[in-house]
Structures are given as structure tokens and as C-alpha cells.
Design a protein around this ligand. Structure first.
Ligand SMILES: [Zn+2]
Length: 264
């Protein structure tokens, strides 16, 4: 599932089309990814408009078009953005294709847990959540993290890290990486963590966010071999620090991997 850096990577795929007009819109309007969206308004709203800029926040992307037209995309489990040649014919999973003169901007989603939204209006759309500090921004502070974690004191820390209202962009692999770096067992009740341990989570969150944006977010290259990420799904995966076999269990509804010796 795409997390912070993967979302950033896919957002940039459409950069080639910035400053250029959409000459045709093709979509599979009956598909689940358009639920709650007026697809006719989307088609009319984007046709003949220019792609001006785009942003990502957590797992959401926002594409701004001329004349106050906004396109929101959430990649869900399997969504991808890519470019194709002009006059490209959409395949089965290419649910939204914005044709430009020199290329086609394609959104595909085989499993359809993603979402496409549209809004026309001067203001940024109401569904574009800006009140939550991004984990790689200055507004994401030790004290904002403490306050958020305290509000979820009874939950296992792994489940708290997956909450988009506190850790936008963090998904399953990032949460495991952060806890492994902070040396905290994923089942630990959030309310039991000392200030020092919460600060360790803050440092690890910032590190994982920034370092993954610089690798995956740039060109989908792998983060360094020393990361837990590379061992998580391997049969017989080992802790990169001490070689201990990793443990796995479902925590916070997701398969979690951790090192039983490093993470207490
Ligand atoms: Zn270990």
C-alpha cells in the first residue's frame, strides 16, 4: 500500500503535464473509485483546462487546474499514476485518463480501494485536510506528538502510528520501521510510554519520513540495506541490527514485524 514516499513518487509522475491543457477526459465512471463524485462535473470541469500544480499530504494528492477546478486522488491499496503516449487507449484498470497533446496522464487502480474526487470552486476543497501537521514539517513537534499519543493512551502504539490524524502518510511498513528504530515493542500501550520513548518515536518518524522521501520519493530507489523494510516480508527475515529472527503478529489490524530483543 502506498505510504508517504510512494505517494510523493506517484504525484510527480504527472509533473510532465504541468502547464499544459487537457484535451480529452476518459474515465470508467461506474467504478467504485468514483463513489460520491459527480463524474459528469469532473469531465466537464477538467476538459480544456490547464494542469497548474499538485501537492501531496500524507496519502492524499491534490491536482489544481485552471478556472478553480480541483482533482483529488487517493491511491488506496494499488493505485498508480503514470504517463503514456498521446491518444493512449485506456486498459481495463486505467480508470481515469487525462489526454494532453503530448502525453496521457493515467490513473490506474486494479483493486479500487483508491478514490477520485472533484471540486469546482475558489477555495481548496473541504476534503483536503490541512489541519494535521505533516510528519516531515516543522509543525510536527515533540509536543504535538505527545499530545496526540496521549489521546489514544489505551491503544497499542503500532495502531496509534497508523492513525492519519496524527501520523499522515504513515502506513504499515513505516510504522514498523519507526518502532524498530525507536526500540519499542509494537504492542506497548501508548499511554505507558515515557516522554523519552515518545521523543525517540518523534526522531525515528522524522528520520524515516525524510530518508524515504529522498530515496523512494525521488526515483523509487531502495532505502539503505540497514533498514528493517528489506527483512519484513522475507521468509526467515532477520533484525538488521543483531540478526535475531523477526517476530510477526497482527496488531492494529495489520501484520506487524518486530525484533523481540531490540524492541521491549
Ligand atoms: Zn534486533
Amino acid at each position: 500500500m502506498p505510504e508517504l514516499a510512494e505517494v510523493e513518487y506517484f504525484r510527480k509522475r504527472w509533473d510532465a503535464g504541468l502547464g499544459e491543457k487537457i484535451v480529452a477526459v476518459q474515465l470508467h465512471g461506474e467504478k467504485r473509485i468514483f463513489r460520491g463524485t459527480d463524474v459528469r462535473a469532473l469531465e466537464r470541469g477538467l476538459d480544456r483546462q490547464t494542469l497548474l500544480r499538485s501537492r501531496a499530504r500524507g496519502k492524499q494528492m491534490l491536482f489544481e487546474f485552471s478556472c478553480d477546478n480541483w482533482l483529488g486522488i487517493h491511491l488506496g491499496m494499488s493505485g498508480k499514476l503514470r504517463l503514456e503516449a498521446p491518444k493512449f487507449h485506456p486498459a481495463r484498470h486505467d480508470h481515469l485518463v487525462l489526454q494532453q497533446k503530448k502525453r496521457a496522464l493515467v490513473f490506474s487502480d486494479a483493486r479500487q480501494f483508491g478514490r477520485v474526487r472533484f471540486q469546482h470552486g475558489k477555495e481548496t476543497p473541504s476534503w483536503w485536510e490541512v489541519s494535521v501537521p505533516e510528519i516531515h514539517s516543522r509543525e510536527f513537534t515533540k509536543s504535538s506528538l505527545r499530545e496526540f499519543v496521549r489521546r489514544h493512551a489505551r491503544a497499542p502504539i503500532k495502531a496509534v502510528l497508523l492513525l492519519q490524524k496524527g501520523f499522515p502518510g504513515v502506513g504499515n511498513w513505516m510504522a514498523d520501521e519507526i518502532l524498530w528504530r525507536a526500540r519499542i515493542a509494537p504492542r506497548t500501550r501508548a499511554g505507558k510510554l515515557s516522554v523519552e520513548r515518545l521523543d525517540a518515536i518523534w526522531r525515528a518518524t522524522r528520520f524515516v519520513a525524510q530518508a524515504s522521501l529522498q530515496t523512494i520519493g525521488q526515483d523509487f530507489s531502495d532505502p539503505p540495506k540497514s533498514w528493517l523494510l528489506h527483512e519484513r516480508w522475507k521468509a526467515g527475515g532477520k533484525c538488521p541490527r543483531d540478526g535475531q529472527p523477526l517476530r510477526r503478529a497482527t496488531i492494529g489490524g495489520r501484520t506487524t514485524a518486530w525484533c523481540p530483543t531490540c524492541q521491549k
